[in-house]
Design a protein around this ligand. Structure first.
Ligand code: PLP
Length: 401
């Protein structure tokens, strides 16, 4: 095992990145239209077009474009009525953005564990937390240990795979909580046939460079509630009440996407179905190739799920595979193949260590054993073959130790 990891460069081939943007459509044409028409900033036809495209795509009443997915989450929480001092239940195993957004509202996260099979928010533990650790009061549901009101649930559809939403929505309905979906990684993914993002009260997407489509940077709020959509638009535009006068009725933000970014976003949306098909193909080929590799667990789709396969992440059983995930990462790096660990669980992050984590037992293990492999929608068959070969060589070498 150490012999392969410590040897010199194994290949002189070009590096294979983890996941890079795929700008293969009308991006330049639309950008040119912005520049030639002198519509580059917050107002512009591409912003409205992207908002309408996204809302129609996920079946929402309104789309509100934002500067980032994080900004979208911040505003979604404000619109959902999350007040300072309240609590929001959020996935422990996630990129940090939704947790930061909770703190921007001066609310507190309560971390919910990942389920061991799909790595999504564990809905059984969620139900158990709400029934055993909280009590209903005249002022809403209260967390017994903190004394704070629990206001919302923020499930994150991690890696593109949907959370089991029906139980979440049912609990929320019964306990009068709002559901804010973080669908930033899951554009196009389906839960029991319906596209995620508009199944909760309000949902968010991201167009960061590493997401399934990109606008350079950007995000989108979607909601079926037309009044919430109007409020979101208001808050993202400095809460300005009049077209003519500078009058503002609350604290607002400058969170609007520019027309330049939206132009790229529209061109990317036009290619989305193709990207998803490619991602699913890449995932299927990896799954087939790794089926007989001992100690390597491939991602699975839950019975309720149809994933956009945004990121291809395996779990490495160090004993059976012959080396831990981090050693495999180093070996792949020697072969000019980029791979990445998952996010450190939220309850371990410095600013969030004092926050409550409810029976978190699984997310640390998933973090330690997971590794994401190259899966850009533009990944060539030859390059994917190189990744597969490198993983198989590692498994054989590891097995000999
Ligand atoms: C990417 C991402 C976001 C938003 O990211 P931005 O870079 O702000 O667009 C939010 N949540 C999750 C889980 C993400 O992966």
């Amino acid at each position: 095992m150490s012999s392969i990891c410590n040897s010199g460069p194994a290949t002189a081939a070009a590096p294979i990145p983890l996941a890079v943007p795929h700008l293969a459509g009308r991006e330049l044409e639309y950008l040119r239209r912005c520049v030639e028409g002198n519509w580059v900033s917050y107002a512009g036809a591409f912003v409205s077009e992207l908002e309408e495209m996204m809302a129609a795509y996920v079946g929402a009443a309104t789309g509100v474009a934002c500067t980032s997915g994080t900004a979208a989450l911040h505003v979604a929480l404000l619109v959902a009525g999350v007040e300072p001092g309240e609590e929001v239940i959020v996935s422990d195993l996630t990129f940090i953005a939704p947790v930061n957004a909770i703190r921007y509202c001066n609310a507190y996260p309560v971390f919910m564990d990942a389920d061991p099979v799909y790595g999504q928010m564990d809905v059984e533990k969620l139900s158990e937390f709400l029934s055993t650790q909280c009590r209903a009061t005249a002022g809403g549901l209260v967390n017994r240990s903190s004394g704070r009101r629990v206001r919302a649930i923020l499930p994150v559809h991690v890696l593109g795979h949907p959370v089991d939403l029906d139980p979440v929505l049912e609990l929320a309905r019964r306990l009068e909580l709002v559901v804010v979906e973080d669908a930033t990684e899951a554009l196009g993914s389906r839960y029991r046939g319906a596209r995620v993002g508009s199944l909760g009260d309000i949902g968010c997407f991201s167009f960061n460079g590493n997401k399934i489509i990109t606008s350079g940077g950007g995000g989108m709020i979607v909601t079926k509630r037309a009044d919430w959509g109007r409020r979101a638009r208001h808050i993202t535009t400095q809460a300005k009440v009049s077209q003519e006068e500078y009058e503002h009725d609350e604290v607002g933000y400058n969170y609007r996407l520019t027309n330049l970014q939206a132009a790229v976003g529209v061109a990317q949306m036009e290619q989305l179905e193709g990207f998803i098909a490619r991602k699913r193909e890449i995932s299927a080929r990896y799954n087939a190739a790794f089926a007989d590799v001992a100690g390597l667990q491939c991602p699975r789709e839950a019975p309720w799920a149809w994933s956009n396969s945004w990121l291809y992440t395996v779990r490495v059983d160090a004993e059976r595979f012959g080396m831990p995930a981090r050693a495999l990462q180093r070996w792949l790096a020697r072969n000019e193949i980029q791979s990445r660990p998952l996010w450190g669980p939220m309850h371990c992050q410095v600013p969030y260590q004092p926050c409550q984590a409810y029976r978190v037992e699984v997310s640390d293990r998933l973090y330690q054993t997971s590794l994401s492999l190259p899966c850009s929608s533009g990944l060539s068959a030859v390059d994917q073959g190189r990744v597969i070969d490198a993983v198989k060589i590692a498994s054989r070498a590891g097995g000999a130790v």
